[in-house]
Design a protein around this ligand. Sequence first.
Ligand code: TMP
Length: 268
Amino acid sequence: MARRRQIYEGKAKILYEGPEPGTIIQYFKDDATAFNAQKKGTINGKGVINNRISEYVFTRLSHIGIPTHFIRRLNMREQLVRQVEIIPLEVVVRNVAAGSLSKRLGIEEGEVLPHTLIEYCYKDDSLGDPKVSEEEIACFNWCSHEEMQDMSSMAVRINDFLSGMFSGIDIRLIDFKLEFGRIWDGDFARVILADEISPDGCRLWDINTNEKLDKDRFRRDMGGESEAYQEVARRLGLLQNEDNGPGEVLDMSAHRGRLRSTPKPGKK
Ligand code: TMP
């Protein structure tokens, strides 16, 4: 089959024209970047794992009524999604202080926040995805007031659901980033969840050891990033499937002990 037309290449994904109008194919790369692409590298097998994790998370979210762009996974690195007009905002949800919040406000990483915070960043790499206020979003018309309300109420529901889902597999959801897009029905636009949800855009700590199971391992040169991503997939029950065929996902069993040095739940 002829290769489909490439629409866009991002830092971690390539978008191709889909088989029907209004559809897109998302291809998940192993490329990793941090600090607005100042740091570049590869995480072996990441694309395969993120494709599976994101498929699983988006499917679970659709079961609780969150509208998403996900249609179906096509193969190990590709999924079919609805074409959306991406809203140029990153919606960051935080439960525990970490990363830029800790740096900006001097709050120690790991401090549980008195309540969940939602932040918005303007998607522009050349500006370093700056944090923006609701006033600025309205002023520059990046989205409407109703769209902001839809995004923030979905973000809260997603956070509640994912916090529970991850705590069931001994993982703390520290923070994460969401992206939303518009789909048009005549003159009427509806906001749906887009992009991906994977350890690239979440902070996930082992509930017992606080071991990082996410892209901070890459950002902070800690090593073991492939193993960490695989560990998340394994705990979600996604690695038993045979289609993690040879060659694509590496066998990380040799490293797993280190990342799984987790006391049994209840034995703190
Ligand atoms: P931060 O602490 O660096 O602001 O990141 C908060 C969360 O958002 C963290 O889970 C990583 C995620 N994130 C992205 O996925 N992409 C980004 O460009 C940024 C800045 C954060």
